[in-house]
Design a binder for this molecule. Structure first.
Ligand code: PLP
Length: 375
């Protein structure tokens, strides 16, 4: 028997990976992943990259790309000079690097409930002890024992789509400053804004706490490029670069070049406006279909941004059991239990509205409504 690390005990198959493999089956209607609509890729017409980029590159990323990212983050109020931008192989990598830097077995990590399931998975893998964050009173209980890290997605959260208020953002910043808690702000959905909402990064309002802020081009350009970035306070940044170097030397230079073309394209703003319009329309059509088919069986709030609806079903229906029945009818969604740090059964579920075409969404939601009525 091969001798493997103790960490292996926490290495469970990702529920999302497994569901996504089912989603590839012909005829399946998937509300499960966080996949952007392929319609949005059509507006990208990227020329082939120069040959020189086939060589190894710097761990931190391509200087021009770092410069563009720094400009944008600085405009958001974040202290992010180009020297403190680290280009990532997708922002999922940022979660791995931060967990490696901060989390030893038993270390406290404050998370929202629900929270992004693949972040919970990584923190769990490194042995985190989760504490549930109440964003109305983020420092509750921190006088006795503060966590090492607070992981938050204040803008169009995955899975709820919610956007924190200005007061909640400021309270979070004050709490981290007062208790010396590292803030880890994950912000991949900020550009997918369908309604006005304060999107000022919490990281911009910190005075003394250490922090990491990260973003992604997966939802605005294309997830297959695997391109994300982070910036961090001066005390943390050099360690994150060394961890990145150990993980993969540097991010794919061809993808970096493509994203740089996108960022500097004069049509960028107009293209992004078209993407946002497309998603707003898809969200609204989805909301109407939801009302028609699940209006008497579920409660939800229409999300002001992002890619998901978060539903709570009436009568305590267990959504893991519902998924088994939905799969028999070729409909896929993500049960809410996967997003709960504390685990346990749940009558919540996450529905992605960006991928399915309107007719497919209509059919899929009709199936879910019928299953709920069958009981
Ligand atoms: C909150 C959050 N963080 C990070 C990621 C990872 O994104 P990527 O690695 O594609 O940048 C996702 C993807 O869905 C997400 O929802």
């Amino acid at each position: 028997m091969a001798r493997l690390s103790m960490r292996k005990a926490d290495l469970h198959a990702s529920p999302v990976r497994e569901m996504l493999s089912v989603a590839q089956r012909p005829g399946v209607i998937s509300f499960a992943g966080g996949l952007p609509s392929p319609e949005t890729f059509a507006g990208l017409d990227l020329p082939p990259p120069p040959q020189a980029l086939l060589q190894y590159g710097p761990t931190e990323g391509e200087p021009d790309l770092r410069g563009e990212i720094a400009k944008e983050l600085t405009a958001l109020g974040i202290d992010a000079p180009a020297e403190r931008i680290l280009v990532l192989s997708g922002s999922q990598q940022g979660i791995d690097l931060v967990a490696k830097l901060v989390v030893d077995p038993g270390v406290g990590v404050a998370v929202e409930s629900p929270a992004y399931l693949a972040a919970l998975q990584v923190f769990r893998f490194f042995g985190a002890r989760f504490e549930i964050l109440d964003r109305a009173a983020p420092a509750a209980g921190w006088d006795e024992a503060a966590p090492a890290l607070a992981y938050v997605t204040p803008t169009f959260q995955n899975p709820t789509g919610q956007c924190w208020t200005t007061a909640e953002r400021l309270a979070m910043a004050r709490a981290c400053d007062a208790h010396d808690v590292i803030l880890f702000e994950d912000d991949p959905y900020r550009d997918l804004a369908y309604e006005p909402c304060d999107r000022r990064p919490v990281s911009a309002d910190l005075k003394s706490a250490s922090w990491i802020y990260q973003g992604s081009f997966s939802k605005t350009v294309a997830p297959g490029l695997r391109l994300g970035f982070l910036t961090a306070s001066e005390d943390l940044f050099p360690y994150l670069v060394r961890l990145k170097q150990a993980a993969d030397l540097h991010t794919n230079r061809l993808s970096q070049w493509m994203v740089l073309q996108y960022l500097t394209d004069p049509d960028r703003e107009a293209r992004m406006a078209r993407v946002v319009d497309l998603y707003r329309r898809k969200r609204d059509v989805f909301a109407e279909a939801l009302t028609r088919h699940l209006g008497d069986r579920a409660a939800w709030t229409t999300p002001p941004g992002g890619l998901f609806f978060w539903l709570t079903l009436a009568d305590g229906v267990d959504t893991e059991a519902l998924l088994k029945r939905a799969l028999e009818r070729n409909v896929l969604f993500t049960p809410g239990s996967h997003f709960l740090a504390q685990g346990g059964a749940s009558s919540t579920l996450r529905l992605n509205f960006s991928l399915a075409a309107p007719e497919a969404a209509e059919r899929g939601l009709k199936v879910l409504g019928a299953l709920l009525r069958e009981g």
